[in-house]
Design a protein around this ligand. Structure first.
Ligand code: HEC
Length: 439
């Protein structure tokens, strides 16, 4: 709801004041990462879902606040939300810093140690996290997936935009998540193996103690090129690492998608929120849960999309690239449309964020454990997918295998041998750990 207080908060932020306290239950322009969802007493299911969606927006806004230039993972509250510079989540610890190649103890939280190949220019190394991102394809042999291939889709499961450029993915964690791995030495596959147990992050996100829980983010970028309007994206300069050619290419990239997960007192199976840029792809409706391959009608709202061509109505939807079509644009269609009530909330958010690039981002929905007492949490909604991050798994495969955030992440194992025996608390990152040499 665009209340007077929130309008004032927006004006305050626009004028450059420090953060404004979040009004419980509403979207607020605040740099404070929300601790846990705030659910009113006796809430019905629509109210509960809305509380999670408001939480998602508040987390998105706080995580996209201007980052402190000195303290990783913290906001620069002397700057307004609309200020320029790297965002808070960009200063979270990168997977390549936590699970290093070759395996070494990670650097301490505030040190920058992202893997930057020697053939990249000096400023790629000197300026980590602040001006120039380094996005790479390193790690193709990993048991999970690399930074450009989508989950469970095989080696060609990357996304190609309308300009023939691939989408680039990043995975990062906040300090509470990093501390858990660091303190327990779970960055070493041998330690995971010796533990022979389920690895559980603390569910510390808590309103009463004002504690932020462990957070993982998985954002995706596209190269700003022909036909793109960079003024509508959150953009930054980035080096794209082409490992086979040993080249670093400097480009401008724009944020197209953003997954986050956070573990809280009320959601020990994590809260799963996902955002997209509104120009990514059209939706196809209606989506029939029991018959997901049924023909739906594409709602071509815009004349141009980053990942779909309105002039090609016969292009196959969400078709996995093959060696023959490897560089061809993928015709992306959102199979699980954004529910009307989430669209209404997005309009409230867009009004609050007006005048910033963030007004162009949409929440798709928030998945949460409807019954946290169950190991699996009985996730709701049952299916959720991001058109740019799960292009090939959206709503078309059984939800308990791949079309649900929680459903797919439930399969994440630790690296303990035999592989697959121990639950990794829904976090695939553990599988990037390599065994340290014997001491
Ligand atoms: C089909 C399986 C699948 C689905 C569905 C899926 N993911 Fe993931 N996700 C993965 C894999 C595999 C990784 C690991 C990627 C890597 O390490 O490079 C991952 C990584 C992540 C990460 C980084 C932390 C981690 O666990 O490694 C986040 C955050 C995340 N996903 C959120 C989501 C959200 C939110 C959704 C639902 C909208 C979702 N995922 C749907 C498979 C899936």
């Amino acid at each position: 709801m665009l209340t007077k207080e929130l309008a004032a908060a927006l004006i305050g932020a626009a004028l450059g004041c420090a953060t404004t306290a979040a009004v419980a239950g509403d979207i607020a322009i605040s740099a404070q990462i929300p601790y846990d969802v705030t659910i009113p007493p006796n809430a019905d299911s629509a109210t509960v879902q809305k509380a999670y969606n408001v939480f998602s927006w508040n987390l998105f806004i706080a995580a996209n606040w201007v980052a402190s230039p000195t303290m990783r993972g913290e906001a620069d509250t002397s700057k307004p939300f609309s200020g320029s510079g790297a965002r808070v989540w960009e200063t979270y610890k990168d997977t390549s810093e936590v699970f290093t190649t070759p395996p070494t103890r990670p650097t301490s939280w505030n040190q920058w140690s992202e893997a930057v190949p020697a053939y990249c220019p000096a400023d790629a190394k000197a300026d980590q996290g602040q001006r120039t991102a380094v996005l790479s394809e390193i790690g193709k042999q990993d048991p999970v997936i690399d930074g450009t291939v989508q989950p469970m889709s095989g080696k060609l499961g990357y996304l190609v935009d309308q300009n023939g450029e691939r989408v680039w993915i990043d995975v990062r964690m906040n300090k509470p998540a990093f501390d858990f791995i660091y303190d327990n030495k779970y960055y070493d596959a041998n330690v995971q193996n010796a533990a022979q147990k389920t690895l559980l992050f603390p569910n510390s996100g808590d309103n009463a103690t004002r504690t932020v829980g462990p957070i993982n983010v998985k954002p995706a970028w596209k190269v700003m090129g022909k036909g793109d309007d960079p003024s509508t994206f959150y953009t930054r300069d980035a080096y794209l690492v082409d490992a086979p050619a040993q080249k670093c290419r400097k480009v401008q990239v724009g944020l197209v998608a953003f997954h986050y997960t956070v573990k809280t007192t009320s959601a020990k199976q994590w809260i799963w929120g996902t955002f997209e840029h509104k120009s990514n792809a059209p939706s196809c409706a209606p989506w029939d849960y029991d018959n997901p391959k049924a023909t739906c009608r594409i709602d071509w709202k815009q004349s141009r999309y980053s990942f779909a061509d309105p002039n090609c109505p016969d292009c196959a939807m969400n078709a996995l690239p093959t060696p023959a079509t490897a560089q061809k644009p993928v015709q992306v269609v959102r199979i699980i449309p954004i529910p009307p009530e989430v669209q209404a909330l997005n309009q409230e958010a867009a009004a609050l964020l007006k005048g910033t690039v963030w007004e162009n981002y949409e929440l798709l929905n928030t998945q949460f454990p409807a019954d946290p007492s169950q190991l699996y949490g009985n996730p709701w909604p049952t299916a959720l997918a991001n058109a740019a991050l799960e292009t090939y798994n959206q709503g078309t495969t059984p939800w308990d295998q791949t079309s649900s955030c929680l459903g797919c992440h439930f399969l994440a194992p630790t690296t303990a041998q035999p592989y697959g025996n121990y639950f990794a608390d829904f976090v695939f990152q553990f599988a990037h750990a390599k065994p340290f040499p014997p001491q």
